[in-house]
Design a protein. Structure first.
Length: 286
């Protein structure tokens, strides 16, 4: 009887050990490193209401903060096992390059040339570039900005998109670049720039009684989770999680929770496919 008990115990231990070894083996190196650390390191915005925002000394909040928590729960089983670092359009890439962050979820637009530098998840939101102006200036559309200065964020794609639109219309624009969105809003309020331009959902967080969002839209802006090149295991996990929350309605719930315009996911997928296809052509040409 004792011998039988010992054999059973050995079988149980062997099975348990086998399962543990299999579980460890299934973790890609990038995911295993996060589990070993016990914390997910994520770069987020601190100045974009509804996406990534932090009051002085307060907690981060927004759709992208909630997404990071969902990913932490998926990887570590604890949505609070995440450490946020505030980033800007200028700093988010370098912090990925140095390995100080596991990922960036910071209104980072997926573009073909960026896909050559970083790995991006499939989009979790899509927006378009807009124009915020002072009501008192009497500006009613893009044409009224001909010859004027537009405030944009450093290292963002906004300047390129507006330059292309201006050249197509025969307009002449000047640009002033700023490190943060509050800096651009302050420049608009003081009259140093005639327009504050970035993605429309971001601009909505800076609306007040003195300014208005013009109806003009430029260049769709699909947001993806950015990772350092080569983190294939982590990329698949993120893609799978985004697909899951889109399917079960969680993604739509987050969009609604943060008072953002609803997303047409079929349109997002179609546009995303064209971006990845263009990136493949760019890679072949290099």
């Amino acid at each position: 009887m004792k011998k039988l008990w010992m054999i059973s115990l050995a079988l149980v231990l062997a099975l348990t050990l086998g399962l543990s070894v299999t579980a460890v083996a299934e973790d890609a190196p990038d995911i295993a490193a996060i589990k070993a650390r016990g914390k997910l390191l994520v770069g987020v915005k601190a100045d974009v209401p509804s996406f990534g925002y932090q009051e002085l000394g307060g907690e981060f909040e927004g759709l992208e903060i909630d997404l990071a928590k969902l990913l932490a729960a998926e990887i570590l089983g604890d949505e609070s096992a995440v450490e946020f670092t505030a980033v800007t359009a200028k700093t988010r890439g370098p912090l990925l390059d140095t390995g100080e962050l596991d990922m960036v979820i910071a209104t980072f637009t997926v573009k073909p040339d960026r896909l050559l530098q970083y790995d991006f998840s499939k989009p979790y939101y899509v927006d378009a570039i807009g124009l915020l102006v002072k009501k008192a200036d009497g500006i009613t559309g893009f044409a009224d900005l001909n010859g004027k200065t537009i405030g944009v964020a450093q290292s963002a794609t906004t300047k390129d998109a507006l330059t292309a639109a201006a050249e197509g219309a025969g307009y002449n624009l000047e640009f002033a670049e700023f490190p943060t969105y509050p800096d651009i809003k302050a420049a608009l309020d003081s009259g140093r720039v005639a327009c504050f331009s970035v993605d429309k959902a971001i601009l909505m967080g800076y609306l007040d009684e003195t300014v208005e969002l013009l109806p003009d839209s430029f260049a769709s802006q699909p947001y993806g989770v950015a990772l350092k090149k080569g983190n294939a295991g982590l990329l698949k996990l993120v893609d799978d999680k985004i697909a899951a929350i889109r399917t079960d309605g969680t993604a739509d719930g987050l969009v609604s929770k943060w008072n953002l315009p609803a997303v047409d996911w079929a349109e997002v997928d179609a546009y995303g496919a064209s971006i990845w296809a263009e990136a493949e052509e760019l890679a072949k040409a290099q």
